[in-house]
Design a protein around this ligand. Structure first.
Ligand SMILES: Nc1ncnc2c1ncn2[C@@H]1O[C@H](COP(=O)(O)OP(=O)(O)OP(=O)(O)O)[C@@H](O)[C@H]1O
Length: 250
């Protein structure tokens, strides 16, 4: 049965119901288990882990080194498959994807930022940013135009023809952020995006991520060791002993 859109008020007149904005879950992990086979037997990182990220949220995942934060992010991005359980992104069940579907999903729906920029050194900043658009078959002229727009978004339009070796660490990471967002994904996943930067530069890059998250209505999940940055997110989740526990934010 469909929801009623109106109700009878005191005067017997039909009045519209108040609009309740429901924030849909963009990302949902259900009963997630990840076990690696290692030379010394099985390493179980988590078992039966649940996570819900709602539209527009910025969620930080923190935790000791080796607890499995990067592994979790890889599962959320369909870069890896869980031992058990499922990840849902909207209506998509990631474990049902073929390799090709997973790759298309990442190109279409996910912006991924790594600790290291992984820019291709032989290409300019603009060409690096255009890469995901070229990969999906967009023509070079249109892709390069979009890349310029996103270089502008990260404040680096004037560096469009610089190769990665001619950019500072913070600038390289800003270019990689533009490359992650040029496809206009719904979801931004970032694994220690400021981990390789000095304090002031880290602050600039984190501030930029926050600004772009809000300006473009993104849903973001960030792994970080920086508790100050984590405290500036909507929610902070700590991965410990294979479970995610909510911690208070500022
Ligand atoms: N492909 C793999 N095969 C076997 N073990 C792995 C694999 N990938 C990661 N691990 C192990 O899983 C554990 C968790 O790794 P992961 O990188 O997810 O942790 P993390 O919490 O992100 O750590 P850090 O904060 O240091 O980046 C580590 O002990 C790591 O050695």
């Amino acid at each position: 049965m469909s929801e009623p859109r109106a109700q009878f008020g005191d005067g017997g007149r039909l009045e519209p119901l108040p609009i309740v904005v429901e924030h849909a879950a963009v990302l949902r992990a259900v009963g997630l288990t990840k076990t690696y086979a290692t030379g010394r037997g099985e390493l179980e990182l988590f078992r039966g882990l649940d996570l819900t990220v709602r539209q527009g949220e910025m969620v930080a995942i923190v935790g000791e080194s080796g607890t499995g934060k990067s592994s979790l992010l890889h599962l959320l991005a369909a870069l890896d498959t869980p031992t058990a359980g499922d990840v849902w992104c909207g209506q998509n069940r990631l474990s049902s994807f073929t390799k090709r579907q997973a790759s298309e999903f990442r190109n279409r729906d996910i912006g991924y930022v790594w600790q290291f920029h992984y820019l291709l050194p032989e290409f300019t900043a603009q060409e690096n940013v255009a890469m995901p658009l070229l990969a999906r078959g967009m023509g070079r002229v249109a892709a390069m135009e979009q890349a310029m727009v996103w270089l502008g978004e990260v404040g680096l339009a004037d560096r469009f023809d610089h190769r990665s070796g001619e950019l500072s660490g913070g600038e390289q990471q800003r270019v990689s952020l533009a490359r992650a967002l040029v496809t206009q994904p719904k979801l931004l996943l970032a694994d220690e995006p400021t981990g390789d930067l000095d304090g002031r530069t880290a602050d600039v890059v984190f501030g930029l991520i926050q600004r772009l998250h809000t300006a473009h209505g993104l849903t973001s999940v960030l792994v970080t060791h920086n508790l100050e940055f984590a405290g500036r997110c909507d929610r902070m989740l700590r991965l410990r002993d294979g479970k995610l526990a909510e911690e208070p934010v500022l």
